[in-house]
Design a protein around this ligand. Structure first.
Ligand code: TXA
Ligand code: MG
Length: 337
């Protein structure tokens, strides 16, 4: 085993935190069977303790150690999309710590596709796992609560500094936005519910299970958010941010400029204009390419010393749904303390 991987395994077994790359974003990992280790994740992120975490597994063969009453649809989806960016919410098995599930009766699980994440999970299993021989690694995105998810090892260091014992560097994440979350824990008579859109689309899910997922309604005012990704303000830069339709973008930025404020532009179709904002960042015009770069670009603009980040709005069609979701939440939480 390579020495860094061996160190990661030893740290996890000792109840310490290890950040690692996944195909979506970097995760901040701890032994999921060790409540004291999991508590360190919440402390490092500044995340409220009732927000549940995703348990990462080396393979679908480990599923029944974490979940019970697993429906056939879950096995079919695991077969089709794991390793990959799909998280399944299932009824939790007895013994899964409350620290992981936020006290809920369900647990989120996925098998990540990044080779370094898989190497880590398999090495952990081979070494006998952690508490009770379980080899699940609980890992939220390795950012401070509510902030932009890291898609590069350097972002993790920026976000968490010394709060994490080791950051495994696997380069930039190829998907770039968090996994699709599908809730399969409800009654058999109900359609599975899409809690967070991602790279795996509802159309792809329907192809496998024959049912189009219900899209979770937006949270009612005053509801306790059980899914932190469902908070309106999330994935946000500290600089205020506005989403503006392509057709209105130039007028909008001109008005900002004339008011003496500096703005940074994040565009995918409108090329840089002479005399326009100090910072103009182009993103790919296809949704996959855009998703891969969006968080790094937001992070860059957030550090560019502008007063406002202006983002050219993306198309309304379903191929852009996951990106549109992240942009809307980022705009909502931007500029908050
Ligand atoms: O792509 C990803 O999913 C990344 C990588 C690291 O795997 N992880 C990630 O974790 O995005 P996090 O904690 O930042 O977001 C996970 C989301 C949260 O919104 C959490 O509330 C939700 O999953 N979640 C976890 N367990 C749940 C459960 N039992 N019921 C409902 N939502 C759950
Ligand atoms: Mg997150």
């Amino acid at each position: 085993m390579n020495p860094e991987l061996a160190r990661a395994v030893a740290l996890l077994q000792a109840g310490e935190l290890v950040a690692f790359p996944t195909e979506t974003v970097y995760g901040l990992g701890a032994d999921a069977a060790n409540p004291a280790a999991v508590a360190k994740i919440f402390a490092a992120k500044g995340r409220p303790a009732d927000h549940p975490l995703i348990v990462h597994l080396p393979g679908a063969g480990h599923l029944d150690r974490w979940a019970r009453d697993i429906p056939a649809a879950a096995w079919a989806l695991a077969e089709a999309f794991w390793p990959g960016p799909l998280t399944l919410i299932l009824k939790r098995a007895p013994g899964v710590p409350d620290a992981v599930t936020g006290g809920q009766d369900t647990v989120g699980v996925r098998v990540p596709a990044h080779p370094m994440a898989l190497d880590l999970l398999r090495a952990y299993a081979q070494a006998g796992g952690g508490v009770d021989g379980q080899c699940g690694i609980a890992a939220p995105s390795a950012n401070r609560f509510g902030r932009i998810s890291p898609t590069d090892a350097a972002h993790v260091r920026e976000e968490l500094g010394d709060a994490v014992a080791l950051v495994l560097d696997g380069g930039p994440c190829p998907v770039g936005i968090e996994s699709t979350i599908l809730d399969l824990s409800r009654d058999d008579s109900l359609a599975p519910r899409l809690l967070r859109p991602g790279h795996i689309t509802p159309e792809q899910i329907e192809m496998v299970i024959g049912v189009f997922p219900e899209v979770a309604a937006r949270r009612a005012e005053g509801d306790v958010p059980r899914v932190s990704g469902s908070l309106d303000a999330h994935y946000a830069p500290t600089t205020p941010m506005r989403l503006v339709a392509s057709a209105r973008l130039l007028d909008f930025m001109n008005a900002i400029r004339h008011s003496g404020r500096r703005c940074g532009a994040l565009c995918h179709s409108l090329p840089p204009q002479a005399g326009m904002p100090h910072v103009w960042r182009m993103l790919p015009v296809d949704p996959e390419g855009y998703a891969r770069e969006i968080y790094a670009a937001l992070r860059e603009l957030d550090g560019a010393g502008v007063d406002l980040i202006v983002v050219e709005d993306v198309p309304q069609d379903s191929a852009w749904a996951a990106v549109a979701d992240r942009l809307r939440r980022a705009a909502c939480g931007a500029g908050l303390p």
